[in-house]
Design a protein around this ligand. Structure first.
Ligand code: HEM
Length: 409
């Protein structure tokens, strides 16, 4: 069977040829493939995360040990964890580059305002929810103190905060809940937002170039759509192979940071680079303004961009005001990041009622009192075991505990 007839047969069953609908020729340029490169990264995170879930134990007293177990003893686990980590960094970078391209080329203008707002929701979901929850659950000192900050923010969110925090139940520890959020609700939210984002991109097609004959038009005229969506997809595939190929090389060489078991003392350990600007603000005004108010200001800036810049022109020389606002925001974020990076670690003050506990409760508790935490013992083979399934307060007599097989060595 010739290639042609094989393709015809496949097309009869799948209608894949319908993907060759017209798009602007510049959709093949790197700047217009950054969204697709970001999406490819999400798929890689999903696949690697799926394997990691087979080995990771989120119970507060085992979480950190099980990440060490993955990195040190599971076959291929060292690379797998490293690739998951570095791909997350790469996705944040690709998404920021995509956002910058959209901003500089004025692609948020009508009729793509809602596409921008879906993008805004994606940005905050990816950085403040997915990435954040991923950095906490390993429960080293950094993850543990991030949990304390998270609980301090929940305390000022009233009933919603209490539902999201340890006020809801004593039966499941906060780290287990953070983990289930990381692997279920956060990806579902991302998928729903990506579906909305892509639907709108399909409806309005890729925006015209910011300079040239179409820069003031809402869309490239149909007669001048000289590229195809399949060409756009091939370009994304080529760029992604190069980009994530490099990420794989970095992952093979550079191991992601991972501390040991956390101490109950706060040390002011610094967060991952994407939150350093907020850590810088916390140095001056504490946890709530540093995390909550600063995020709201950033969100507000995203929301007002299409309102401030409403004219039809996408040409940067006609949009000096909004581009200056973007540049000032960027410089402030960069300045705060550098300041936080260079300044010595500092323990930050939270809400007046205390900071919450790293692993679950808002009062001071010892590790053994944490919800869902039982005694941890060494097995003859050296791995930790844990009677983990009993809620707090249950006794051996009431609930015969299962010997929970944790990572064996
Ligand atoms: C999870 C993160 C994101 C993914 C997977 C994603 C994906 C995409 C893709 C595939 C495109 C079409 C091709 C391209 O322009 O690259 C696109 C376009 C667009 N995105 Fe995103 N995006 C994400 C985040 C964002 C963010 C953070 C914003 C801004 C706040 C944004 C705003 C837009 C806009 C306005 C367009 C239309 C661009 C045009 O027509 O030229 N996106 N996105």
């Amino acid at each position: 069977m010739s290639n042609g007839s094989l393709w015809n047969r496949l097309d009869q069953w799948t209608r894949l040829s319908r993907l060759s609908f017209p798009v602007p020729a510049h959709a093949k340029n790197l700047g217009y493939c950054l969204g697709g490169i970001t999406l490819t990264g999400f798929v890689l995170l999903f696949l690697t995360g799926l394997i990691l879930t087979q080995f990771f134990n989120p119970q507060p007293d085992l979480a950190n040990r099980s990440v060490h177990y993955i990195a040190e003893q599971v076959a291929g686990g060292r690379f797998l964890r490293s690739f998951h980590y570095w791909t997350a960094e790469a996705v944040v970078l690709a998404m920021c580059a995509h956002l910058l391209r959209v901003f500089i080329s004025g692609a948020y203008k009508a009729p793509r305002v809602l596409t921008w707002y879906f993008g805004t929701a994606l940005f905050f979901t990816a950085t403040m929810l997915s990435y954040f929850s991923g950095t906490v659950i390993k429960l080293d000192q950094e993850g543990s103190e991030a949990m304390v900050h998270y609980q301090a923010v929940l305390e000022v969110l009233g009933p919603i905060g209490s539902l999201m925090g340890s006020g809801l139940t004593d039966s499941v520890s906060m780290n287990v809940r953070m983990y289930t959020f990381h692997i279920t609700l956060a990806p579902l939210l991302l998928i729903a937002l990506i579906v909305g984002h892509f639907y709108l991109i399909h409806v309005f097609n890729i925006s015209p170039l910011p300079r040239g004959p179409h820069s003031r038009l809402p869309q490239v005229p149909a007669a001048e759509l000289t590229g195809t969506f399949t060409e756009h997809l091939w370009a994304i595939t080529r760029f992604s192979l190069i980009f994530y190929g490099l990420v794989a090389m970095v992952a093979a060489i550079v191991q992601p940071p991972l501390g040991g078991e956390p101490s109950l003392e706060q040390t002011g350990v610094k967060p991952p680079w994407i939150y350093l600007w907020q850590y810088g603000i916390e140095n001056f005004v504490g946890i709530i303004p540093g995390i909550l108010y600063s995020s709201l200001v950033l969100l507000l800036l995203f929301l007002i961009v299409p309102m401030l810049d409403r004219g039809p022109s996408r040409d940067p020389k006609d949009r000096k005001g909004v581009l200056a606002l973007g540049a000032v925001t960027f410089v402030v974020l960069l300045g705060l990041t550098l300041y936080a990076w260079l300044s010595p670690p500092q323990v930050h003050k939270g809400h007046e009622h205390g900071h919450g506990h790293p692993h679950g409760n808002t009062q001071e508790h010892s590790m053994d009192e944490m919800p869902g935490m039982g005694e941890t013992k060494e097995t003859p083979s050296g791995g930790p075991t844990h009677d983990a399934d009993a809620p707090t307060g249950s006794s051996e007599e009431e609930h015969p505990a299962h010997e929970h097989e944790a990572p064996t060595r």
